[in-house]
Ligand binder design. Structure first.
Ligand code: 3UK
Length: 515
């Protein structure tokens, strides 16, 4: 890659401070339902936050756990932390108390900043966690927070370096706890320039609206780093992205770029049978998180006239590394490698496979995470030299287009978000009616995977629809709500091998399994 970084590079200078010297102070950086934030306001709030965090006794490299909804305060805390030499760790706000408790302990965060909307789960997490952050701060519904309501509006960035730790993002695996992917100061620059500007074609006059939230690497790029990199405007939605809420946001704020996941595009297409929203401001749509079925691409084009660019990214790579582009689209494919990244598809003996043959996808590039925090085994399996093992199976055709053909683990992507079948099984088994449970992914009519549970009931329980409903509610309460099984099948016994291993492929095929 051709990116150059000055000695002592601090990412906040490139994404925040630069806008004042470039004369963008009066331009709107962020719009949402509680108002607009200009670039000058943004710089002032970031600096106040940097001062307040520095004054609260944190030391360099300390983690700041962020359980913050999409609102300007997310920007202020994230960049204030980086500018002051601390490490922000934004986490999935849909998770539950026990998940947050694990992250508090694992990160040993010195501070925790959370939106008031998540107060109940945060309280439970603080009570359960063995580690206690010394600073605990709440952001109110309008985005106000004591960290940046007062204090000096200037702050000199703490010198860092392009390869110094900058922020973390947790990524979940099929087994075990989430892993903190440690990203460096250069990573957001690399993703914003190589994918955001050069591949997607993001520009200063763009208005960005990401239905994917900022705590996902996908949303973090779409909704924050790309707009800040090109000096554009970000539009934030602080509620659940539904067809209604996303259409209303497009009509109100007239974004030029829209970022969604396949499940949302499918739901929007269904809603468009009735609704007639004005989408005329949008020039381009992007999809990631899971493969975009070619049929959704075609129907969206037919209905709206708009192109969806599918691209694959990951938390560990920070953003998209294989992508379609506006003048080079192959529906059903993830596209070509983004210039600046390299891809290798390997067989079981680590030899490169010929075109047309599927293998394990490895990538290399300037935005990949350094390691997983305090997890040498998972780090060694994933960060192999400077190559990243994506865990995906891909093949490349003769023309260089790359096609997704499954995962090499049991992980499911549901609405673009990771979902471990073992975690859902664990929640089901906690219910007294359940003796055994196995969860597999099943594609719905649009070709998108949803969790499906196969359950052996305890002797005392009867297989009724009421029990199905109860088990679904139980999962929604115990887990992040998107993880509940959409279908439940009761069976007499789970298909197993002679050694007692559940035969998931038989459940996936659903063959010969009497209910
Ligand atoms: C899967 C895809 C096929 C694939 C992400 C854009 O999804 C993101 O990050 P995660 O860590 O998940 C990564 C995994 O998700 N996947 C993502 N996009 C696609 N599979 N086609 C796609 N277009 O298994 C990958 O390994 O949650 C997406 C930008 C940043 C991201 N973090």
């Amino acid at each position: 890659h051709d990116l150059v970084f000055p000695d002592g590079f601090n990412a906040a200078t490139a994404f925040i401070d630069r806008h004042l010297t470039e004369g963008r102070g009066d331009k709107v950086a962020i719009r949402w339902r509680h108002g607009a934030v200009t670039y000058a306001d943004l710089v002032a709030h970031v600096n106040r936050c940097a001062n307040a965090l520095t004054g609260s006794g944190l030391t360099r490299g300390d983690r700041i756990l962020m359980i913050v909804k999409d609102c300007p305060a997310f920007f202020h805390v994230f960049w204030g932390a980086i500018k002051a030499g601390f490490v922000p760790v934004p986490v999935n706000t849909l998770l539950r108390g026990p998940d947050f408790a694990f992250m508090i302990e694992n990160s040993e965060c010195a501070a925790l900043v959370s939106s008031v909307e998540f107060a109940a789960e945060v309280k439970a997490a603080l009570e359960a966690a063995a580690h206690r952050p010394c600073t605990v701060i709440e952001v109110d519904e309008t985005g106000a927070c004591p960290l940046f309501e007062s204090g000096p509006e200037t702050f000199d960035a703490v010198p860092a370096g392009e390869d110094q730790d900058c922020f973390w993002l947790y990524s979940s695996g099929s087994t075990g706890r989430p892993k903190g992917a440690v990203h460096r100061q250069r990573d957001m620059v690399a993703a914003s320039e190589l994918y955001g500007r050069r591949t997607l074609g993001a520009r200063e006059d763009d208005v960005f609206f990401s239905a994917a939230k900022l705590f996902f690497a996908y949303g973090l790029g779409n909704g924050m780093t790309f707009p800040l990199w090109v000096g554009g405007t970000a539009v934030l939605l602080d509620s659940r992205p539904t067809p209604d809420s996303t259409f209303a946001t497009v009509e109100t704020y007239r974004p030029t770029l829209f970022f969604g996941v396949p499940t949302l595009y499918a739901a929007q297409l269904q809603a468009l049978e009735q609704a007639k929203p004005d989408l005329s401001s949008v020039r381009l749509c992007v999809s990631a998180g899971e493969a975009l079925p070619a049929d959704i691409f075609r129907r969206w084009k037919q209905r709206t006239g708009l192109t969806i660019l599918d691209g694959i990214g990951s938390t560990e790579a920070l953003h998209i590394f294989i992508s379609n582009s506006e003048d080079d689209i192959r529906p059903g494919s993830s596209g070509r490698i983004v210039p600046g990244y390299e891809a290798r598809i390997l067989d079981e003996q680590d030899r490169e496979v010929p075109p047309g043959e599927a293998g394990r996808l490895f990538i290399r590039g300037p935005s990949t995470a350094r390691c997983y925090w305090r997890n040498p085994e998972k780090t060694a399996a994933t960060m192999v030299g400077d190559w990243l093992n994506t865990g995906d199976t891909y093949y490349q055709d003769e023309d260089g287009y790359l096609f997704y053909s499954g995962r090499s683990d049991d992980m499911l992507k549901v609405g673009g978000i990771w979902c471990s079948p073992f975690e859902i099984e664990g929640a089901l088994i906690e219910h007294p009616a359940v003796l055994e449970a196995a969860v597999v992914g099943r594609a719905d009519g649009a070709g998108l995977v949803k969790p499906e549970a196969w359950i052996v009931l305890a002797d005392s329980a009867r297989p009724t629809d009421a029990l199905r409903e109860e088990l679904q509610q139980h999962c929604k309460k115990a887990l992040a709500p998107y993880k509940f099984p959409r279908d439940l099948h009761f069976i007499d016994e789970l298909p197993k091998t002679a050694t007692g291993k559940i035969q998931r492929f038989r459940l996936r095929q659903g063959q010969g399994l009497e209910e």
